[in-house]
Design a protein around this ligand. Structure first.
Ligand SMILES: Nc1nc2c(ncn2[C@@H]2O[C@H](COP(=O)(O)OP(=O)(O)O)[C@@H](O)[C@H]2O)c(=O)[nH]1
Ligand SMILES: [Mg+2]
Length: 217
């Protein structure tokens, strides 16, 4: 079991390194969005694509077990998008992403968003060649998810706490959630956002701009 896991992850890391090299050569800044299903990845993305349109070239790789519904939602914003269906698979791997990048061919200097399969477990283990994993947790999921699924929050550099417009209707302790996230990852940055109302989204765009600059430097 351990041997198989080492082989699979070792192979994945080789593909991830090739993706990372391609991203560096073409100055493509790649973010891997990870979360449970329904936390708002696609909604965050569609709003981000609309708001950053014209400022930075943008492209999206969508991962789901079945259907092209999310890629269609993304394309409706005018951004190029490609859907990967993983079938029984619970995560994207670097080999799939390499193929998707080859057909999507993002413009030089793009920000490439990868929406991973909704799952708080498996995507944590797979490097896709991204600059950062961004975890999205919505306030309807409960504040204890970072300590229940520590690998995901440990692997992420940024936590977007989404759906804060719903806080008045829930018993969700924001400070406690952030404290749990920092217990598994003391360095994690946290931004509170609502993809529906737009609250906090400017800080997210600012984070993208400065992380992109740092990556290219
Ligand atoms: N109230 C509220 N609903 C949201 C927000 N972001 C997403 N949603 C809703 O959450 C549901 C799942 O969103 P979706 O973007 O498909 O999540 P994904 O599965 O992570 O891609 C949809 O009904 C969205 O309208 C938010 O900030 N506030
Ligand atoms: Mg989605």
């Amino acid at each position: 079991m351990v041997k198989i896991e080492q082989d699979i992850l070792g192979k994945n890391d080789q593909y991830a390194a090739a993706n990372r090299q391609r991203f560096a050569e073409q100055a493509i800044f790649t973010l891997n969005l990870v979360s449970s299903p329904g936390s708002g990845k696609t909604t965050v993305l569609t709003r981000t694509l609309q708001d950053l349109n014209g400022e930075i070239p943008l492209a999206v790789i969508e991962g789901d077990q079945q259907t092209s519904r999310d890629a269609e939602r993304i394309r409706a914003t005018g951004a190029p998008a490609i859907q990967i269906n993983t079938g029984k698979g619970c995560h994207l791997d670097a080999h799939m992403v390499g193929h998707a990048v080859a057909s999507l061919a993002p413009e030089t200097g793009s920000v490439l968003f990868i929406e991973n399969v909704g799952n708080l477990v498996c995507p944590a283990a797979f490097d896709l060649g991204e600059a950062h994993k961004v975890a999205i947790l919505s306030v309807t999921e409960g504040e204890d998810k970072p300590i229940k699924y520590p690998d995901m929050f440990h692997a992420a550099n940024l936590l977007l706490l989404n759906k804060i417009d719903l806080l008045p209707y829930l018993q969700f302790d924001v400070e406690r959630c952030i404290d749990f996230a920092r217990r598994v990852n003391p360095q994690i940055e946290v931004l509170q956002i609502s993809a529906s109302s737009g609250e906090g989204m400017q800080q997210w765009y600012q984070w993208i701009r400065s992380a992109r600059e740092q990556c290219h430097a």
